[in-house]
Structures are given as C-alpha cells and as structure tokens.
Write a protein that binds this ligand. Structure first.
Ligand SMILES: NC(=O)c1ccc[n+]([C@@H]2O[C@H](COP(=O)([O-])OP(=O)(O)OC[C@H]3O[C@@H](n4cnc5c(N)ncnc54)[C@H](OP(=O)(O)O)[C@@H]3O)[C@@H](O)[C@H]2O)c1
Length: 264
C-alpha cells in the first residue's frame, strides 16, 4: 500500500530510541525526509542518518526547554524546505508508588513539562508551516492511560489525558483548514520506558517482593494477545494516520494495546 508519504517532510520528537526511532525508520522507509529530535541522540539514530543522509537529520535539542520544539521545527524547514507531518512522541513516566500525597508540585511540573508542553509548543511552531503545505497532518503519541487513569502513574495519566483533549480540540479548529490531527494510544510497548534499567518494570519490582521480568510477564498476560506491542507496530499506525491513505481520519484516537482495554 502506498501511504502517500514519499518526498514529504516530517518532524519526529523523541526520535533517538523506542517508538520515536521506529517512527523515524518507518517514515524514512516510506521515502520521507525526517528531522529527528532528541536530547542526547543514539548510535541507532546516527547510523540511520549515515545510511540515509538526504532523508534523516538528527537534531539534538532539549524539547522540554521552551524554545526547543520551535528550534526543531525551524531546523526541519531550513533543511528540507517545508513541513507536512508533525509526530509528537516525546514523553516519560515516573511511577508514583507512594501514592498521590507524595506527588509534589515539582513532580507535576516535570510530568506536564515532558508529556504535554513540548507538544503544545511543537504544534504552535509547526502549524504555520503545515497550513502552508496543507493537506498536512499531526500525529501525537498519547497512551491508554489518557482514558485508563492509574494512581501508580497519576501525573502521567493526567498529562496524557490533557494531550488527547488538546489534540481533539485542535482537530476541530484546523481540520477545516486541511490539517488532520489524530492520536495513537499504545498500551505497554517494548521500549526503555517499560523495560529499561530505570523503566516501569524495574521501579514496580523495586517496590515489591518481585523482579522486573515477573512484572513484565504479569503485565503482558493482562492483554488478550499476551504480549507487549513492538515499537514498529506503533510506527505503522502513525504512518497510516500521517499519510494520504488515512485521508478522512481526523480527531480519532487509535488504540494499540493487544486488547488490554476491555471496554468498548
Ligand atoms: N513504552 C510504552 O509502554 C508506552 C506506552 C504508551 C505510550 N507511550 C508513549 O510513547 C512515547 C515514546 O515512549 P518510548 O517508550 O519510546 O520512550 P523511550 O524509549 O524512553 O524514548 C524516549 C525518547 O524521548 C527522548 N527524550 C526524552 N527526553 C527528552 C528531552 N528532554 N528532549 C528531547 N528528547 C527527549 C529520548 O531521547 P534522549 O534519550 O536523547 O533524551 C528518546 O528518544 C512517549 O510519549 C510515551 O509516553 C509509551
């Protein structure tokens, strides 16, 4: 299937690892030019840029800084001459295992500062360019926690709910002007966020009488498919929403969770 992305330009935030790296790989395989934003980069992203020098531009920038997202967007426009697709992917979680009363203002500010504000700022910087090249698209990686509130990740859940709400509002304002805006909500995905040294599994295991592998096994078993989603599977959904073949999908939230969410 031709996703109608070839030759177009994308910005991907949080592109050095996990879902963002997979999205970058998939969009490049579809023939796109990608400005790939991350704070510290990775050998994988550097290798991708070396293999596809005309299609991948790593941009090392702290996207939690107020001017970070705009710098990434401007780098994409100056490198590739415009912008057709914005993928808001940056995000992070810190499990709150001591309950709501232990979550401080600084914790809330951190969570909103990494999960919500970078998307607000990236969208604000990108929209003038996307409107110039409409039809254009924005795809934002939310989470099942945006509608599956969880006290163990209470600030992350609230920040992701805000993100999904923001994108739905924006789909109404900018859809009529040719910018389709959608979200993707994954359940647990095989990335460092869950499986890394400081990931969710390790944190949950550290607070109880178990190990990270057992936490992962139990979480995987909660989904009818019995496993986590792979980053490339999320990337495929992002690519479908980003391209012309998804041309009448707007204001939607696409869940990819192996059936974890059990309600309609
Ligand atoms: N993994 C899951 O189970 C899961 C489930 C649902 C939703 N999600 C969402 O999916 C998105 C991606 O998650 P992931 O699992 O792929 O995470 P990940 O593996 O931890 O990767 C996070 C990416 O964000 C970048 N990043 C972090 N802080 C940054 C900063 N201040 N400035 C610039 N870049 C920064 C990292 O780059 P550096 O290392 O260079 O900083 C990295 O490329 C997040 O929004 C997350 O909430 C994940």
């Amino acid at each position: 299937m031709d996703l109608e992305l070839s030759g177009k330009v994308a910005v991907v935030t949080g592109a050095s690892r996990g879902i963002g790296l997979a999205v970058t790989r998939t969009l490049v395989a579809e023939g796109m030019h990608v400005a790939a934003g991350a704070r510290t980069g990775s050998a994988e992203l550097t290798g991708l840029a070396r293999d596809h020098p005309d299609h991948v531009r790593p941009v090392l920038v702290d996207l939690t800084e107020p001017d970070g997202p705009a710098r990434l967007v401007e780098e994409a426009v100056s490198a590739f001459g415009g912008l057709d697709v914005l993928v808001n992917n940056i995000g992070a979680v810190r499990p709150r295992l001591d309950g709501f009363l232990a979550v401080t203002d600084d914790d809330w500010a951190w969570s909103l500062g990494i999960n919500f504000m970078p998307a607000v700022r990236a969208i604000r910087a990108a929209l003038p360019h996307l409107l110039d090249r409409a039809p254009a698209t924005i795809v934002t990686v939310a989470s099942v926690n945006s509608f599956l509130p969880d006290p163990g990740v209470i600030d992350y859940s609230a920040a992701k709910a805000a993100l999904a709400n923001l994108c739905k509002s924006l789909s109404k304002e900018f859809g009529p002007r040719g910018v389709r805006i959608n979200t993707v909500s994954p359940g647990p995905v095989e990335t460092d966020l869950w499986l890394g040294e400081h990931g969710v599994a390790a944190a949950v295991a550290g607070s109880g009488d178990t190990d990270a592998a057992a936490v992962v096994k139990q979480q995987a078993a909660a989904a009818p498919t019995g496993r986590f989603t792979r980053p490339d599977e999320v990337a495929d959904v992002v690519a479908l929403l980003a391209g012309g073949r998804g041309g009448n999908i707007a204001g939607a939230d696409v869940v990819i969770d192996g059936g974890l969410i059990s309600t309609l």
